[in-house]
Design a protein around this ligand. Structure first.
Ligand code: 4AZ
Length: 438
């Protein structure tokens, strides 16, 4: 596919001239220009030129920004035709008009790849891109009016959002859509779009390779009449952003990219770059898809839901201790030594649920005092719920003839405790309390 053809997929500037929508294509480089020659020419552009305002930014300042790239063009610079925003590792939101060709025919997932994590389009060679598995246009998108100019791209693999160069922008779930964003709210638009101030019928001659951002102001609060000269009617589905004197705007190639309120992790996606009359002209702010009108649709399509403003800290439940007695559970001193003289053999089994004041259920652990005394050989005692296997660690270690007492907390299990005695000793157990989950 030709260079110009790719970059004009959605670079087609939509201009309202004399009340008639016109779609003008922007030829950016000739079909047969070699890639190297084009990149050389681009690198010689005056990128400090303040066109449509703003300036270059690092990707970490807008880590949600992605480039929509024509998959058959290997140069990232030449392939880029629209912007988009990461809303989760698997989903990108963009403009619906970005996923149609010049003839308004829907693109297929194989036509589009995503570049992310770099401010430089030169970094988006074919090997660095992620594929698109599914395109979901808004079902009510109207290409004539650009109403409902929003689409979702399901990626063919997850983006790695662990670093500082890629992040999801939050959708405005928790705002009051009737008042947010208010008139004069500072917003930021980003993209690789045209940097020229353009009259209604001008075509672009400067496309940057480095990502740029521009600060704009919301032109009217939701519900107020706005952009009369541009939209020509009031719609709750669009919003306008610009500056009083012009000179700061989005332009061809920025479409589909984010218009953001706030910055960093608290930034919210307010708009999607959609269209405008010219670029940067005083009195003609850019028009954006109003995202608050679509959060429920996006959520239904993607499963993305509101993230809590403050992370929920999971505090581990600390069980409550209920003191008892201590009450004697058993004492073997009136009989023979217990134990097996060494390893092997069966444990002593005692019921503790419903015994010595311990409830039958709702208990997480039992606290005991375990004493060994007068044994004929050294050894150890392991106390554990009979419903689970004997753990490796012992609770009381003793030598021949010694008396050793230990406090032991044993999980309640099914209410029966097993006392495994290695060696031979007298054994005394007193219940001193139990733990209940809180
Ligand atoms: C475009 O064609 C486009 N001035 C995007 C934004 C604006 C104009 C045109 C706003 O992608």
């Amino acid at each position: 596919m030709g260079v110009g053809a790719v970059r004009s997929l959605c670079l087609a500037g939509l201009t309202l001239v004399g009340g008639v929508w016109q779609v003008g294509s922007v030829a950016q480089a000739s079909e047969d220009a070699g890639q190297a020659a084009v990149e050389q020419a681009v690198s010689e552009q005056d990128l400090s030129e303040q066109v449509v305002g703003g300036g270059e930014i690092a990707i970490s300042s807008a880590p949600w920004q992605v480039a929509l790239l024509g998959s058959s063009t290997s140069s990232g610079y030449l392939a880029q035709f629209c912007g988009g925003a990461i809303i989760s590792a698997r989903w990108v939101v963009t403009a619906s008009h970005c996923v149609r060709d010049d003839l308004d025919v829907p693109l297929t997932p194989g036509d589009i790849q995503i570049g992310s994590g770099s401010a430089s389009l030169f970094d988006y060679g074919s090997a660095s891109r992620v594929g698109v598995a599914q395109i979901i246009e808004h079902p009510s998108y109207e290409s004539g009016s650009l109403l409902n100019d929003i689409a979702l791209l399901r990626l063919s693999s997850d983006l790695d959002l662990s670093g500082t160069n890629r992040a999801a922008i939050q959708l405005p779930f928790s705002v009051d859509a009737g008042s947010w964003p208010a008139r004069d709210t500072a917003v930021t638009a980003t993209g690789w779009g045209c940097t020229d101030v353009l009259g209604f019928e001008d075509s672009c001659s400067n496309y940057p390779d480095a990502l740029r951002s521009v600060g704009l102001s919301v032109q009217a609060s939701p519900g107020d009449w706005q952009c009369a000269e541009v939209i020509g009617y009031w719609s709750p589905l669009m919003m306008c952003a610009g500056t009083a004197g012009g000179g700061a705007d989005t332009c061809s190639g920025d479409s589909g990219g984010p218009l953001v309120v706030g910055e960093g992790p608290s930034a919210l996606l307010a708009g999607i770059t959609s269209w405008g009359d010219g670029c940067g002209l005083a009195g003609y702010p850019g028009v954006y898809t109003r995202v608050t009108a679509y959060v429920d649709w996006v959520s239904a399509q993607t499963g993305i839901t509101a993230t809590p403003a403050t992370p929920v800290v999971e505090t581990p439940a600390v069980d409550g201790f209920n003191a008892l007695g201590p009450t004697r559970l058993f004492d073997t001193r009136s009989g023979s030594l217990v134990g097996n003289g060494g390893e092997g053999g069966a444990p002593l089994v005692f019921r503790v649920g419903g015994v010595a004041g311990v409830p039958v259920s709702g208990v997480s652990a039992v606290a005991l005092n375990v004493t060994v005394t007068g044994g004929s050989a050294g050894g150890y005692v392991t106390v554990y719920p009979c419903s689970s296997g004997r753990p490796v660690a012992s609770n009381v270690n003793f030598s021949a003839g010694a008396t050793v007492a230990n406090a032991v907390v044993a999980p309640f299990g099914a209410g029966e405790l097993c006392f495994y005695v290695s060696g031979a000793t007298h054994l005394i157990a007193d219940v001193s309390g139990y733990l209940t989950p809180v």
